[in-house]
Write a protein that binds this ligand. Structure first.
Ligand SMILES: [Zn+2]
Length: 384
């Protein structure tokens, strides 16, 4: 089958896996995540991404859309590991300022990085990753969106992850919703990927559909941080491209997208009190083709002549896949019982990177050792 696509991740946060458990989003970010990330250097990010890439490839995830700093490290680790990377270098107020003037140098650095690495025929594509409209000003987000449109590339932004994150922004703009504000500032006019999108009204979803905004649905992260349940079935009914995503490994805590396949379906069903609301096939499509469309890359997530040769071999000789009395049951077994441990072989761009459950590209033991040392150092240096 096609390789799985992780539509929204911060994979170097493998070094922060499990930290700050039980805190609500804002406290989790400000009291634990940001202090530890503040101690990170490019080499830490390199090892964190190596670990994340290893974990994803072994689980059959062949492409990942990453919002992170240290973009050079992410490219290096991904090329070495052989995973496809849509990198959207992060822009956050704490480092790059809240205004256009303050962040100008970051924007031109990302444009340079794009001219150096962006190549849809290679493993690497480059977009822009402004964190969110509540962190940056609308005017700055609007400038970033214009820069992304100029390069015809992806704008990747967090939208309405938690219920109250946009309260100040919305209060300062006559109570208009975050999505309305993004639209009226031209931020949704290009190729846009909105992560989370948990707290959207019906008219917000209409706005997304009109602007062809893709959504990265992160059910495990949204449950772990107690953020809410995204209206995925309704979004898809309105024609929005929805992909599945793990989010950062610190809010998940793994990068095995098979869990999202199962939990996206379960959440949709239990929230609608309707077992027919999401089929196993719908969930598998979101994890492959849906993610590709949400990222604006239709050469992945599908097996067809001319597409990138990103595909995986699932070992069906396993107790959880027996019996099969018709094709629908096989699809159901994959969605309900499939997991990373069933993935036997993986190819990305035609290159075999996992053979009989062993990575051919990354020294996993060395990577785990480095990640352990570095994760511990980040905890100690930040005092968290
Ligand atoms: Zn995120």
């Amino acid at each position: 089958m096609p390789g799985l696509i992780n539509a929204h991740a911060h994979s170097p946060m493998t070094l922060l896996r499990g930290a700050g458990d039980g805190l609500p989003l804002m406290e989790w970010l400000t009291q634990v995540m940001w202090p530890r990330e503040g101690q990170m250097n490019p080499e830490d990010a390199l090892w964190g991404m190596r670990l994340g890439a290893a974990e994803m490839l072994l689980a059959g995830v062949t492409a990942s859309c990453e919002m992170y700093l240290f973009e050079e490290s992410l490219v290096q680790a991904s090329l070495e590991a052989g995973i496809r990377l849509a990198i959207t270098p992060g822009i956050i107020s704490a480092l790059h300022g809240e205004t256009y003037n303050a962040s100008k140098s970051r924007l031109s650095a990302i444009a340079d990085f794009h001219s150096q690495y962006h190549n849809p025929e290679s493993l690497i594509t480059v977009g822009f990753g402004p964190h969110s409209a509540y962190d940056l000003s609308l005017d700055l987000c609007s400038e970033v969106a214009a820069a992304a449109r100029d390069l015809d590339t992806l704008l990747h932004i967090h939208v309405c992850e938690t219920r109250h994150e946009g309260a100040n922004l919305e209060a300062a703009h006559d109570g208009r919703s975050t999505v309305e504000l993004l639209a009226s500032h031209g931020i949704l006019d290009g190729k846009v990927l909105a992560a989370h999108s948990v707290w959207l009204s019906d008219s917000d979803m209409e706005t997304f559909a009109q602007h062809n905004v893709g959504v990265a649905h992160c059910p495990v992260s949204n449950m772990k941080l107690g953020s809410g349940i995204a209206s995925v079935v309704e979004m898809r009914r309105k024609g929005i491209d929805v992909g599945l995503a793990t989010d950062g490994p610190a809010s998940n805590d793994n990068l095995d997208l098979w869990e999202e396949i199962k939990l996206a379906s379960l959440l949709a069903r239990v929230s609608a009190l309707d077992a027919s609301s999401m089929s196993p096939k719908d969930a598998l499509v979101m994890a492959t083709n849906g993610g590709a469309n949400a990222l604006g890359n239709t050469d992945i997530g599908v097996l067809k002549p001319g597409a990138h040769a990103d595909f995986i071999h699932i070992d069906l000789d396993d107790p959880t896949f027996v019996p099969v009395t018709n094709d629908d049951e096989l699809i159901a077994h994959l969605a309900w019982a499939g997991s990373g441990r069933h993935v036997r072989d993986v190819w990305v761009g035609g290159r075999q990177v996992v053979a009989d459950r062993q990575l051919t590209t990354v020294d996993v033991a060395e990577t785990q050792f480095e990640a352990q040392q570095r994760g511990k150092r980040l905890a100690e240096q930040s005092g968290t």
